[in-house]
Design a protein around this ligand. Structure first.
Ligand SMILES: CCc1ccc([C@H](C)CC(=O)N[C@@H]2O[C@H](CO)[C@@H](O)[C@H](O)[C@H]2O)cc1
Length: 818
């Protein structure tokens, strides 16, 4: 019996009920009649796990046995969203679960609402990682996602007087039924101390003598493929003290000291850093990065390779994908293991390392590129600093060999920056060590090659490539928009969910009035559903017949939420000044969703301004209810799944050359919203695919932005030259949205007039003109719906399955396991 393969329960409502009640009674230890909602939720989750378990164990066995080349995806963030529905969909269990629970008088929908989403990420980068592990499993690629099991995820956002207030995200307070703790697979992670050299039978070797260590305890999460019988693993590490409790100190009465090691250790995986662009350079952040990558490397080498594995073959067995620079300390750690622990000679180890890593860059903002002072790195990871120095030395020797003694180039390319403080440029380390470096959209990858890392593109021909981002259609179409999914399947049959480019077959339906009517009805139903959610969640009402104009993303000046605010204020000013009749205003509700990094003051001011403008506009009878602003707090994956299917207009208005890709833009287009946007990030590829007639383009292109900043940009000139712009800014400056107190938003206004780093004023006129085109287009609902259908039909390219296939072809060479 012990050797019998694990089998899933029978796929029937009766078997499902039996397993559910078994889990409730024997795992939760309660009877249904006495059970709490959390008990029922846990029992349901465990039942779904039971149905997926056999596949998981079988997949793990096959991946190990096959020794096929696999991907280790190293990411400091995974923005997973709720798990229940996705696991029900992947297992094809949704219908029997519904029926089974109903037969017990339990509402599946109540249990859905009970789930707290694991907010283990900030925004784009974290959500992309979640989409990618879903696609890796659905394509059947041997792979493991590695990350950190933060005890507290991204903060919960509340508004007090329109201002952001952060609350801790205690997502684990009721426990998480989807995780499997594996303390027996814990890894010891060292820190601090010093290094020394020693003689090893005539060979001088270096070794690290750490100062202290912690335990990294893994928690496994199922990542089921979509109805393909595959389940991959996401392994997240949690920190605990090696010696949790010191009885001797305790007996001496210093209770606090007795548990200090534990408290200290736990802080490593205590909380996610809520920054998504400006690193704070905190030591704990570096501790987090080293903690999870060291644990992951050791775990892979220990658990996935046979004892006598020939390490020289590692490049045929694994590729570590670095999700931005956050995990790049993995490179010197890998070298340390090969050279110091496996006693491999440096050159052989480096030759292997350079084939086992690849780096994805997700940003263009210089301030977002991580640099670590050598003082800090040397103190926390002394051996790693030595290794980085040697990597850099040999690299610069090669640069000199190629270009001669070009000191400027040497200084520009050195992994070690001398100013302002001697630091390690993590993006340069990742670029030198990576077999491949990719950007996340065509324009982004081009700018990396031409500008940000041009010296490296010149030195490493063929190293730079592009993989345009994608999103999983399982969560962001099938689960978020069942109405549209049903319509699509009715029109073109099944199969599109794992072959999204088949959406092209919808093109002819754009000219089918009946189909358009059904499509418009689905959009209207999604709006009603959103209205129910927002009313219950935040007491907001979405007015019928309003165009839903949506801007949801992290709050950052380069994303230009301020441009959207100026459009709202201009429309408002037009009416209250009497220049525009309210009846001429296209009924529109503007929905914002945005968290600001707690330390990002200007971003928090802009959130305050949005709420302040909203409360004035929403309550001014002169607008006759034709313009509304809604800003639900705590935008997250769960809210995105309700807002995106209801949207008519998708705001993708960043300054050209600043948004690496964007992924929200893809989700909106796939859900039948039209985009108003600049030629930035993946907007360019969306516009190329949907066609200029079905995309509201505005603003400067990236070269025009460069040209303007080269000429010297003086925002106040645009203020002077544009009466509409001046009226809008003056209204804000006047205190009209701050009870007459001009000081409240003065910093925002003066920044716009005298700095405006992201050229909001320069693109204002073009934006307003584009919004007028939007109003005109929306007046013709048939034409609008036709464009919306074509947006859906032509954006199948933006599936994360296609992105993963590109990574396999261009970077990983890890074909799916048959
Ligand atoms: C250390 C601070 C920090 C934290 C996170 C980041 C991320 C790279 C920021 C991020 O999420 N970037 C976004 O990544 C998405 C996925 O590729 C892109 O679609 C977005 O354009 C990009 O802003 C930078 C710096």
């Amino acid at each position: 019996l012990a050797l019998a393969p694990v089998t899933a329960p029978e796929t029937s409502a009766d078997a499902f009920v039996a397993d559910f009640l078994h889990n409730l009674n024997f795992d939760r230890g309660v009877a249904l009649s006495a059970s709490s909602e959390n008990d029922r939720y846990f029992a349901l989750a465990h039942t779904v796990r039971d149905y997926l378990m056999a596949r998981w164990l079988e997949d793990l066995r096959r991946q190990k046995e096959s020794q096929a080349k696999g991907v280790c995806y190293l990411s400091a963030e995974y923005l997973l969203g709720r798990q229940l529905d996705n696991n029900l969909l992947a297992g094809g269990l949704a219908d029997i679960a519904q029926e089974a629970l109903a037969s017990c008088g339990v509402s599946l929908d109540d249990l859905r609402q009970h789930e707290v989403e694991p907010g283990l990420g900030n925004g784009g980068l974290g959500r992309l990682a979640a989409c990618f592990v879903d696609s890796l499993a659905t394509l059947g690629v041997p792979s493991i996602g590695y990350g950190i099991r933060y005890e507290y995820g991204i903060f919960r956002q509340t508004f007090v007087d329109g201002q952001q207030v952060e609350q801790p995200d205690s997502w684990l307070s009721l426990g998480s039924p989807w995780e499997f703790a594996r303390p027996e697979d814990a890894q010891t992670i060292a820190f601090g101390g010093h290094t020394e050299t020693y003689d090893d039978e005539g060979v001088t070797r270096s070794r690290w003598v750490p100062g202290w260590n912690v335990q990294a305890v893994p928690y496994n999460y199922m990542i089921p493929g979509f109805q393909n019988g595959r389940v991959n693993t996401l392994r997240l590490w949690s920190a605990v003290a090696t010696k949790a409790f010191d009885l001797r100190i305790f007996n001496s009465g210093d209770y606090e000291e007795a548990v200090r090691a534990q408290t200290y250790a736990e802080t490593i995986s205590k909380v996610l850093y809520p920054e998504d662009s400006t690193p704070q350079g905190k030591e704990l952040r570096l501790q987090q990065q080293y903690f999870f990558v060291a644990a992951s490397i050791h775990d892979f080498l220990d658990s996935m390779l046979p004892g006598d594995y020939d390490l020289a073959k590692l490049p045929e067995r694994v590729i570590f994908q670095l999700n931005d620079t956050h995990p790049v300390i993995a490179v010197p750690e890998f070298m340390r293991v090969l050279v110091d622990e496996k006693k491999m000679d440096w050159d052989a180890a480096w030759a292997i390392t350079r084939q086992c890593f690849a780096y994805t860059c997700h940003t263009l903002l210089p301030e977002a590129l991580e640099v670590w002072p050598v003082e800090l790195l040397g103190r926390l990871l002394p051996r790693h600093l030595e290794i980085i120095y040697r990597i850099n030395e040999e690299f610069l020797d090669a640069v000199r060999a190629r270009y001669g003694d070009d000191e400027m180039r040497i200084r520009n390319m050195s992994i070690i920056a001398e100013h302002p403080v001697r630091s390690v440029r993590m993006a340069y380390l990742a670029t030198v060590a990576g077999a491949k470096v990719n950007g996340v959209a065509e324009l982004h990858s081009q700018l990396l090659r031409d500008k940000v890392l041009s010296d490296f593109d010149d030195f490493f021909p063929g190293k730079f490539t592009n993989v345009t981002n994608g999103v999983t259609p399982r969560r962001f179409l099938r689960l978020a928009n069942p109405g549209l999914s049903g319509l699509i399947t009715e029109a073109i049959g099944e199969g599109w969910l794992t072959d999204l480019e088949r959406l092209r077959e919808l093109e002819p339906f754009a000219d089918d009035a009946g189909f358009r009517a059904s499509f418009a009805e689905v959009k209207a139903a999604n709006k009603r559903r959103l209205n129910d959610v927002l009313r219950e969640r935040d007491g907001f009402e979405v007015s019928d017949g309003h165009m839903l104009d949506v801007m949801v993303k992290r709050l950052h000046e380069y994303k230009r939420q301020l441009l959207k605010v100026l459009h709202v204020v201009s429309t408002y000013e037009g009416v209250v000044s009497g220049r525009v009749a309210a009846s001429d205003v296209q009924p529109r509700t503007v929905i914002f969703g945005a968290k600001a990094a707690p330390g990002y003051t200007m971003a928090k001011r802009i959130i305050h301004l949005i709420n302040a403008v909203g409360s004035v506009v929403n309550s001014d009878p002169r607008l006759d209810g034709r313009l509304k602003v809604i800003f639900p707090p705590n935008y997250n994956v769960t809210l995105a799944e309700r807002v995106i299917p209801a949207a008519d207009l998708s705001e993708q208005i960043s300054l050209a050359g600043k948004e690496a890709s964007g992924t929200g833009n893809m989700k909106f287009a796939l859900n039948g919203a039209l985009t108003i946007g600049t030629d930035d990030g993946a907007n360019v590829e969306i516009r190329e695919l949907v066609g200029d007639d079905h995309f509201f383009l505005f603003g400067m292109s990236e070269p025009e932005v460069e040209a303007l900043s080269a000429r010297g940009y003086r925002p106040s000139e645009f203020y002077q030259a544009d009466a509409g712009l001046r009226a809008a800014i003056d209204l804000i400056a006047s205190g009209a949205f701050s009870r007459g107190d001009r000081s409240v938003f003065e910093p925002v206004v003066s920044n716009l007039l005298y700095e405006d780093r992201f050229m909001v004023l320069a693109d204002y006129a073009s934006y307003i003109a584009a919004q007028e085109r939007v109003d005109a287009a929306y007046a013709d609902q048939e034409a609008w719906t036709r464009s919306a259908v074509l947006n859906v039909a032509r954006t199948g390219f933006f599936s994360s399955d296609r992105s993963i296939r590109d990574y396999i072809d261009r970077i990983w060479h890890t074909p799916p396991l048959a």
